[in-house]
Design a protein around this ligand. Structure first.
Ligand code: SOE
Length: 390
């Protein structure tokens, strides 16, 4: 079995989940290569050192360029803020490393296209981290749609709702900065449901969107508590506040190339909703419904059934015949969020071993970035935009 050494850039939420998935993929799946947790990288030395120890990495480094220069690194996993995805991916591809990159792929479609071109020229395996494609219930939904169980698709309806920044005292972290994240919940959450729309239904041709920033100024990171005690009489203290230049919500309408229509909504202001990603697809023969909060379940209605007993049925997607499940537990013993990453890294390692194209790859990421850009443009132009012109 060949050892393949991995360099992971990033050590926070995504860095932790990548570390877990890299470690567990060979535990659950029959993988022909041996992924080695060689080096983890981050800018703050004491934190990345701690991450290396906790997550099981052999070494840590503080400069991603130095990681890429190393001859003993075969794979680069990118779990850093969006701003640096392009630079890391381009250098890594030129150095001949295989790449796994978190979503959204890039700050905009033109960066994403450059990543695709460089990676293709280098002949490396490139994969994008849209983990929800690897939820067994959604992989099962794809199978059922491909088998024609829904007939002609009419509607794709998706919401991705969270509430973690509703407190006005929540600081202006990097995910709320346009120059680092590219956008707010649009790139963070709509990117996922756009990818699922392409996966399940197909390409989107035109879009029109609407966004809103509810809280326009927030404490600078690290000043929240101070701010409470330093407020002036009129309740303002501009020194400790900074402008929020990304949206808090983005909704849009879409037309698919094949004739279906779609509605999408992403927000961080849906009180009580933590990670509520719900999808409903209606076709001429049936409907499928999925909600990540019940990720082991898929709801299916079919008009092919006897009217007397017709209705939504719950498919518990935990049987051996369901995608990915054979690797885990007996029926009914549920899997979780982290397993979606184990599944995608297991597939990534198989693609590398077999020398095949990954799915989703930088082409898919570019297509998602095109939709993201077109929607953002439409909020300015206040009109429908063509996805392919981005
Ligand atoms: C944001 O809160 C976030 O962690 C996203 O960045 C992930 O991509 C999403 O899956 C869950 O929510």
């Amino acid at each position: 079995m060949t050892d393949l050494n991995i360099g992971l850039i990033g050590y926070k939420f995504m860095g932790k989940v990548h570390s877990y998935a890299i470690k567990m993929a060979p535990f659950f799946f029959d993988i022909k290569i041996n992924p080695v947790q060689k080096v983890i990288c981050g800018r703050t030395e004491h934190l990345v050192k701690q991450a290396a120890e906790s997550f099981g990495w052999d070494e840590y480094m503080t400069d991603w360029r130095e990681v890429i220069k190393r001859d003993d690194i075969d794979i680069i996993s990118i779990a850093s803020p969006t701003l640096v995805h392009r630079d890391i991916a381009v250098e890594a591809a030129k150095a001949g490393k295989h790449i796994f990159c978190e979503k959204p792929q890039a700050m905009n479609a033109s960066e994403a296209k450059e990543m695709l071109e460089v990676a293709e020229d280098a002949g490396i395996v490139h994969m994008l981290g849209h983990n929800y494609r690897r939820v067994p219930a959604l992989a099962q939904a794809k199978k059922m749609i491909d088998e024609g169980k829904l007939g002609e698709i009419y509607h794709f309806r998706a919401v991705y709702l969270q509430d973690w920044i509703m407190d006005p005292e929540f600081p202006a972290i990097w995910k709320l900065k346009k120059d680092i994240a590219g956008s707010g919940p649009h790139g963070d959450l709509n990117a996922h449901i756009i990818d699922l729309a392409r996966f399940l239904v197909g390409d989107i041709s035109t879009v029109v969107g609407m966004d809103k920033t509810f809280i326009k100024e927030r404490p600078k990171p690290g000043t929240g508590e101070k701010l409470k005690t330093m407020l002036t009489a009129d309740g303002q203290n501009s020194e400790h506040l900074e402008e929020v230049d990304v949206e808090d919500m983005m909704a849009f309408l879409a037309r698919f190339k094949d004739g279906a229509v779609g509605t999408f909504e992403a927000t961080r202001f849906a009180g009580g909703r933590k990670n509520h990603e719900r999808i409903e697809i209606n076709g001429s023969k049936g409907t499928l419904v999925f909600n990540f909060e019940k990720m082991n379940e898929l709801y299916y209605w079919s008009n092919q059934e006897d009217l007397e007993t017709q209705g939504f049925k719950k498919i518990l997607v935990t049987e051996e015949c369901h995608p990915y499940i054979e690797a885990y537990w007996p029926p009914g013993h549920l899997i979780g969020y982290q397993n979606t990453f184990v599944n995608e890294f297991a597939d990534f390692f198989k693609y590398i071993d077999e020398g095949t194209k990954a799915e989703p790859n930088f082409y898919d990421g570019w297509k998602v970035n095109q939709v993201l850009d077109a929607v953002m443009k439409s909020t300015e132009s206040k009109s429908w935009e063509n996805v392919e012109s981005f």
